[in-house]
Write a protein that binds this ligand. Structure first.
Ligand SMILES: [Zn+2]
Length: 285
């Protein structure tokens, strides 16, 4: 884009102003990671679900249990949606999670829910890709900046009719799991946590980029469910997202979801978080 306005004389001085973090998060309620990780040691597996390549699968996790998403067979990226099992209107809020924790999340950080709830839905308790950090391109893993690949954007940019984007996979999986029509299910699908995806913004143009995920079979991301969760995970048609998505071109692999129940009494002192304390009046009686 070009525009007609010239930079002012003090342009450099204005650019040199130091940034301020929007939401200093020292006052965020901190999870008791030690308690969770101790509880995980004695937990037993209660079930598993496999998201097939270019498909999605739903799973349910009771509050106080754990779920693990693993790479199996080959490098693969997953698009994750979470809902309150008892109330689909409470769902993962990617934008606010990004504002609170940053562009990518890892161990100790949380997936926050939509207004008026704004509470932790799940806390990351283990991340085998935590070593990756931020690479020289500004890329990192497990982003909350992308949305989910979808057939509408594909149609906008390329006139395509592709049916196995994560948006469609999540829609079909949710519809099937809850016995809804696809039309009923679709509005519940929302912006995702991009599990294992390696992304950032280009420094020169500010564009969203992806690169081959560093994930390998055996890698996993594990969560503690803070409330009763209904989840859906799509094995993205982009595979490891090294080249393209929204097509059947990329090599694609399944993703494994496993659920674990802690031993009785292992979460002593923990309580499922209450919904946000704002009174909801918006200043009017
Ligand atoms: Zn996708």
């Amino acid at each position: 884009m070009t525009d007609i306005f010239e930079a002012p004389a003090d342009a450099e001085a204005r650019r040199a102003v130091r940034p301020v973090v929007c939401y200093p998060n020292e006052t965020l309620p901190a999870p008791d990671l030690t308690l969770f990780q101790q509880a995980r040691l004695g937990a037993v597996k209660t079930g598993e679900v496999l998201a097939q390549p270019r498909e999605a699968a739903c799973f349910e996790v009771p509050a106080g249990h754990f779920f693990r998403i693993s790479s199996v067979e080959g490098p693969q990226v997953g698009d994750l949606n979470l809902w309150n099992r008892k109330d689909l209107s409470e769902r993962f809020y990617s934008g606010k999670t990004r504002a609170l924790h940053g562009t990518h999340i890892t161990t100790g950080e949380r997936m926050w829910s939509s207004f008026p709830h704004l509470r932790p839905m799940a806390t990351i308790t283990a991340d085998t890709l935590g070593w990756y950090g931020i690479d020289d391109f500004g890329g990192s893993v497990h982003d909350v900046i992308g949305t989910r690949c979808d057939p509408y954007t594909g149609n906008l940019l390329a006139g395509s009719q592709y049916h196995h984007c994560c948006h469609s996979n999540l829609t079909r999986a949710l519809a099937e799991h809850l016995g809804m029509s696809r039309a009923e299910a679709e509005p519940h699908v929302h912006d995702v946590l991009n599990v294992f995806m390696c992304t950032g913004f280009t420094r020169d143009t500010g564009q969203y980029f992806m690169k081959a995920s560093p994930v390998r079979p055996g890698d996993y991301l594990e969560f503690f469910a803070e409330i009763d969760i209904l989840g859906a995970l799509s094995a993205c048609p982009g595979g490891d997202c090294s080249a393209e998505h929204s097509s059947d071109t990329a090599a694609c692999h399944p993703l494994l979801i496993e659920i674990f129940a802690p031993a009785a009494g292992a979460l002593k002192g923990w309580q499922s978080p209450q919904r946000n304390g704002y009174d909801g009046s918006h200043g009017q009686p």
